[in-house]
Ligand binder design. Structure first.
Ligand SMILES: C[S@@+](CC[C@H](N)C(=O)[O-])C[C@H]1O[C@@H](n2cnc3c(N)ncnc32)[C@H](O)[C@@H]1O
Length: 666
């Protein structure tokens, strides 16, 4: 694709200012060479288009846990990882992701994306179903590939990525990783344990392993390796294959006698280390007269990791990975203080282990269940791997929304932050400039953008008069399209645009949910699962929306527990309607948009600590009733009702309130 005049100018400016080029420019300038062989499937997009067209969504801080004032806070992001990663890539370019060694970006990525399992991916005998399964399979591969491209861009040059997959799509993921990272950068194919118990199966072996593909971004990756303690120490010889030319590695003195390393090999230890080991009784003469022997207590870890569990059930999250597994990954490919990213964070195993090992972390997940599970996990951490030992207070971390925003918080932003938020939300570049004496804020493509300063203008509203005045100053000096970003409440007319001579003035309102005119693709909301089996499905969200409280009406009462003496606290859901603006949401009937209900049995008045989750499918089977053990309830209970688009309605109840209503509804 030839470079446009605008692109050329922008690239020259960036280079003159000594700044890094955004990755989409790099690809325009140096299109990647075609591979000799590659995976072909329908809907495979060009890498440069993926990088350029993915929408960056602002990260809105929701809450910071523990201390303020540090330069760096670990990050937990609620949203689609693709859009969030595009924003993080901008953070990398701005120098906001820096490791202790000065390198920019994340040092290590661990992801365990949904494996693409389930009926929809299974090729059945029915030709129609088989075709749609193939399409879904291709979509799955493209889903993973897009994310791998962004992950590669986020990595430091010496960074590494570990991707867990299983037999369903593992071989395709590997081919895709060869394309994205380069085949030469495959470091290992690691076998991890999948099941604890083995079942007999008809016509095949039970699948007992998953695979982790470990790739590096470049040829010079940081790698510490990992040592395992041997059950029984062994006496071993102390040489490695190595350069013969370097004489200094070939001779060592043991017990006053010089020894030469065997042909083609070199000594592992320096003379100083040997003397020290002899003094500590770790080296002895060979009783058979051969080379001296070293008492080895450790062995190097290979690529077979089936000696440890691959999954854990500590936090009750489907597909929760084990902490010992993440310990190996994080110790091997990062150093203390380095930034570790998990873009499919789930229950937060990567983040918890990173915290324990003194690394910094970024976690992204589009599921509310994951976010609340992680929040609680971080606040109830224990020092040891496997969640053992003394309680550990995590370093400060901030929860962000990416794509679903709280407008009431936004309105309180100071002008400069509001301005940046608005520009990013509508994919505009922050490049202040003046036209006809008017201070403008940036560009959307090649068109000028003004962010309406509702704070400075005080009572001034954005009406026809404002557009007339603006046009009087800049008319004829701007192009065919001009964008004004403004809070919806400040705009007094309803039109999406106003034509003046040859310029169309577009109003981009905040909040504003669906802007079809401006986006080639329709927005897709994040979707939340309605039962446990959906927790591990792929979710793709495009665009943004503003939080709208669902309409919820419930009865709270006490009822006898079936067959037992103890009573139960009962929530009877009468009405649940989402008020989300996304397409189709308003057409859904009562109770159709409920995803799940989460409960904190003993809410401390500050942080919601998830104790139980009830999925809509199960609640429905129960006649839209949720039953809580009365004896587990503290002074107050927090209940969060979540719609399938991720909007929440929160309710705090005391056990007495259940009682009081119980009397009324008895
Ligand atoms: C297999 S789980 C990860 C489990 C995790 N490794 C652990 O130890 O708990 C996959 C996660 O990916 C999340 N997910 C799926 N699509 C996503 C997307 N587009 N953006 C962010 N998260 C996504 C799901 O919500 C789910 O929590």
């Amino acid at each position: 694709m030839p470079l446009s005049e605008h692109h050329r100018r922008h690239i020259i400016e960036l280079l003159e200012q000594g700044q890094d080029l955004p990755p989409d420019y790099k690809h325009l300038l140096f299109p990647p060479e075609r591979q000799e062989y590659e995976l072909v499937y329908a809907g495979k997009e060009r890498e440069e288009d993926i990088l350029a067209e993915t929408m960056a969504v602002p990260l809105q801080p929701v809450k910071t846990f523990g201390g303020n004032g540090d330069d760096w806070h670990n990050m937990l992001v609620f949203g689609d990882n693709l859009q969030a990663m595009k924003t993080l890539l901008q953070w990398k370019a701005e120098g906001r992701l820096v490791n202790p060694d000065g390198s920019r970006g994340v040092k290590l990525v661990y992801i365990d994306p949904p494996f693409g399992t389930g009926d929809v991916y299974t090729i059945s005998d029915d030709p129609g179903a088989g075709y749609s399964a193939k399409v879904r399979g291709a979509q799955y591969i493209e889903f993973v590939r897009k994310r791998l491209i962004f992950l590669r861009e986020l990595l430091t040059n010496d960074g590494s990525i570990y991707v867990r997959t299983d037999y369903h799509f593992g071989s395709y993921v590997r081919v895709i990783m060869d394309e994205v990272f380069g085949r030469q950068n495959l470091r290992n194919e690691i076998a991890v344990k999948r099941t604890r118990t083995l079942k007999g199966e008809a016509r095949r072996f039970h699948t007992s392993t998953d695979t982790i593909y470990f790739y590096s971004r470049g040829e010079d990756n940081l790698f510490n390796g990992f040592r395992l303690e041997k059950e029984k120490p062994e006496w071993v010889e102390m040489h490695l294959p190595g350069e013969r030319k370097d004489e200094s590695l070939l001779y060592r003195t043991f017990f006053g006698k010089m020894y030469k390393a065997p042909p083609g090999r070199r000594w592992v230890l320096s003379q100083e280390a040997i003397d020290d080991a002899i003094a500590r009784g770790l080296i002895k003469e060979n009783p058979n007269g051969g080379l001296p022997l070293f008492l080895s207590k450790f062995q190097t870890l290979g690529s077979n990791w089936t000696d440890i569990p691959g999954y854990s059930k500590t936090h009750n999250y489907p597909t929760e990975n084990s902490e010992v597994l993440l310990e190996r990954v994080i110790m091997s490919s990062s150093n203390p203080g380095d930034i570790v990213l998990d873009a499919f964070a789930g229950s937060g195993t990567t983040l918890a282990v990173a915290e324990k090992l003194g690394r910094r972390w970024i976690g992204i997940d589009c599921g509310k269940l994951a976010i609340y599970t992680i929040q609680k996990r971080m606040l109830t951490l224990r020092e040891g791997i496997g969640n053992k030992g003394k309680p550990l207070r995590p370093r400060p971390f901030t929860l962000y929304n990416a794509g679903l925003y709280d407008f009431s918080q936004l309105k309180r932003l100071p002008w400069e932050e509001w301005r940046r938020f608005g520009l990013l939300l509508f994919q505009c570049r922050d490049e202040p400039h003046t036209v006809g004496g008017v201070q403008l804020d940036g560009y959307r493509g090649a068109d000028d953008v003004l962010v309406f300063n509702h704070l400075q203008h005080g009572g001034v509203v954005l009406g026809y008069g404002f557009i007339d005045d603006l046009h009087a100053q800049i008319g004829g000096k701007v192009g065919a399209r001009f964008f004004i970003i403004a809070p919806a409440a400040s705009v007094t007319f309803l039109e999406d645009y106003i034509d003046k001579d040859r310029t169309r003035y577009y109003i981009l309102r905040i909040p504003y949910s669906i802007i079809n005119e401006l986006h080639s693709r329709d927005f897709e909301a994040i979707t939340q699962p309605v039962d446990e089996s959906q927790v591990n499905e792929t979710v793709e969200a495009v665009g943004f929306d503003f939080i709208r409280l669902p309409e919820v009406e419930c009865e709270y009462r006490i009822a006898p527990r079936e067959g037992q003496l103890m009573d139960e606290a009962v929530i009877q859901i009468k009405t649940f309607k989402s008020r989300a603006m996304v397409k189709g949401a308003t057409q859904k009937g009562n109770l159709e948009t409920l995803s799940m209900v989460m409960v904190d049995y003993d809410y401390d008045g500050e942080v919601f600590a998830l104790d139980a989750v009830f999925y809509a499918t199960d609640i429905e089977k129960n006649g839209w009733e949720i039953r809580l053990p009365l004896e587990a309830l503290g002074k107050q209970v927090m209940i969060i009702y979540i719609d399938i688009y991720g909007n929440e309605y929160r309710e705090i109840k005391t056990p007495t309130e259940f009682q009081a209503q119980g009397a009324a509804h008895a």
